[in-house]
Design a protein around this ligand. Structure first.
Ligand SMILES: [Zn+2]
Length: 97
């Protein structure tokens, strides 16, 4: 299993313990299956790492070497199946109620 580095905490972990994102049509896209082509950026499935990335706005663009528009943090957390706490009705899978 190859190892990849999380852009949030900068720790290297096995690839399947991280969530992969790619740029698609200028937008950040989650790569759930890990099969989309192109440069990927990896993130732990944890709110802490998402928080870290969103404190530095251009992390995704710099890591992907291309300008990407990034969703709101809450949206990204939903993609990753992370709820930000206190909210109900949003389960894993990120479907909006
Ligand atoms: Zn991390």
């Amino acid at each position: 299993m190859p190892w990849r580095r999380c852009v949030g905490c900068r720790e290297s972990k096995e690839k399947d313990r991280l969530v992969r994102f790619v740029a698609r049509d200028g937008r950040l896209t989650i790569d759930r299956a890990g099969t989309l082509h192109g440069r990927g950026v990896y993130l732990c499935p944890s709110k802490e790492c998402v928080d870290r990335v969103y404190k530095k706005r251009d992390v995704f663009s710099r890591s992907l070497r291309t300008g990407v528009s990034v969703p709101e943090k809450e949206e990204l957390l939903r993609w990753m199946g992370i709820t930000s706490g206190g909210e109900e009705g949003i389960g894993p899978g990120g479907k909006r109620a």
